[in-house]
Each structure stands twice: as structure tokens, then as C-alpha cells.
Design a protein around this ligand. Sequence first.
Ligand code: SAH
Length: 345
Amino acid sequence: MEKTDILSLSLPEVEKLVTDIGEPKFRAKQIYGWITKGMWGENMRNIPKSLQEKLNNVCEFRLPNVKLKLVSRIDGTVKYLFELIDGECIESVFMKYEHGNTLCISSQVGCRMGCKFCASTLLGRVRDLTPSEMLGQIIAAEKDTGERISNVVMMGIGEPLDNYDNTVRFLRLVSSPDSLNIGLRHISVSTCGLVNGIERLQNENLPITLSISLHAYDNEVRSSIMPINNKYGIEELLSACHRYYESTGRRISFEYTLIAGKNDTEEGAIALAAVLKKYMHSGIHVNLIPLNEVKETKLSTSKNVNAFKNKLISLGINATVRRRLGSDINASCGQLRRQSQKESI
Ligand code: SAH
């Protein structure tokens, strides 16, 4: 019989598990307190040995294992290569911001979205992460750093909305006061633009921040760097974003990576402002990202970042440039996993 992955369960589900094996319900809260701190077995000090053994018979507890850890000498950013139970690897990045510690987590092993500038997708998708593997990245990073994580961004390896059910379950778990209690307003979910997923998410009553990886001001440019645009074009995507904003009241963050000669001209900024205003009207924030050059792709980073930002602002669009953290440790999307794959070939 397959054992239950206890970290994927909610407190009421652990209560059921505990009472099903003939134990009092109050034990569930104690066990839950331990597992969300990354403790199991004899580390659960107020759990009798007999119950620890019973639990081991019906369920399992696993945290991602730190396979490699890089610490930036510039800003203290920590990049983890985590190994999962089946030997697959994912990445998480711990960043210190004024508003609190942020962890960038992965949602899949690999990715099948095929964006031309992204290292995570080069070898496709291997599998989805379970809710427990998403939660486990946070617990393992808190345990390793000894610090509390107050913000989470789903901007690591994978497309969260391509792993919809596990992502939503993770969001409910991580924000639960019984679990890590990280407020949904402190969580960003980033998508390359799966319109069906955005439409479903709108009705989940989860006040997260939705980030859209837009990266282009028209369909020609977007389709040339993001294959998903052939399925859901910019008009359809931005209309879905508008409905999302109208229904949830949550401002949307548009990620825009500046690629030299591709999408970084002044006309590009004007066209971007126009298309955003046309479909969204308000509730827009543009986050400009200097491209992290990935060796395998031939795209180069733009020097026009500030000019692009200022143009957007002059056109009434709220825009910021993402601070580059951990630039000395390959801290962007999929680069470390890719490196470890190449070394093991
Ligand atoms: N699949 C999701 C989340 C993962 S990517 C998404 O597409 O949004 C997180 C962000 O990093 C996205 O905005 C993505 O476009 C961006 N990104 C990926 N590779 C990058 C690179 N080489 N340089 C800069 N940003 C990159």
C-alpha cells in the first residue's frame, strides 16, 4: 500500500489520519506543528514512540535534500539545488528584501512551455511537483537559513498553472494559520499566460498577486519568444487579465524581460503602454527584468532598461526595474539544474 505523503495534507486531513489509527484528535495539531518545522520521527518530542511508529507505517515525511548551496557574496542571496526523492533536482532562491525574506520556489521538474530565453525549459518537463514538494522547499530553506520566510514567489522552474491542482492545494496549505501561515497577499504566482488557468484561478478566492510573463508588446514578438502565444494571443491574455482584475480587485504584475533588439526600443515602450491600457485600463504594474543571458540562447541583454522604464512612466504606466540579486551565483531560472545535468552527462 502506498503511504500517505503527510506534508501534502491539511490539518483536518491529519486529524482524520490520526483518529483512523485509533489516536486522539489533539495529536494531529502537535504532529502538524512538527512537520511544518521540518521535524519527524523521534524529533517530534511530545509524540510517544508508539505513535511515531504507527505514523511511519501509514505515512511518510520527506523534505527536499540540499544537494548544492551557493551563497552570493554580493547580497547574501542563497541558491539551493534541492534533490527530491526520485533523484530529480529543482531550484529555490532565498532573497533578503527590506519587506522580508522571500523564497522563489519551483513548481515542476523542468517545463514544457519552451520560452526561448529560459534555461528551465531546455530539456522539457519531467514531472509535476506535489504540494508537499512545494511546501518542502520553504521548510527546508527556513531550516537551513534559520530564518523565517515571509514572502513566496512561484517563479522558479516550471509553469505553476500547468500544475494547477497541486499549485492551488499548495497555496491553501502554505497560507493556513495551522501551517506556515504565509499570507496570500505575500505570495506571487507567475505564469507565461495559460488563459484557462487564469480563468480558473479567478474563482478560487485566493488573494495572491498574479504575475504575467508578458515580455512583448505584440503577437509577432511574443510568438517568436514564447510558443504559448500561438495558443493564447496577447488580446486573449490581456482580456483574461482584465476580467481577473475586475473580479478579484488584485493588481496584476506584468513581467517584461528586456532583450536587446527584440523588445527594448522606445517604440516598444509606447506600444506596450498602449496595449496594456487598451485591455486593462488600470490595475497594471510593469516589472522590467534585465535578461539573464543563458549560454544556449543567442539573446542578449538590453542596456535600455532605464530609458524603457521612464518612457512607460511618462505614459502613465506604473513600472519598476527588478533588483538583480545573486548575479554572481547564477540565480535565475533553471540555470543551476541545467549545469548539474550537464556535469552528470
Ligand atoms: N513559468 C512561469 C514561472 C517561471 S519563470 C512564468 O513563465 O512566469 C519566472 C520569470 O523569470 C518569468 O517572468 C520568466 O519569463 C523569467 N525568466 C526566465 N528566464 C529568464 C532569463 N534568462 N532572464 C530573465 N528572466 C527570465
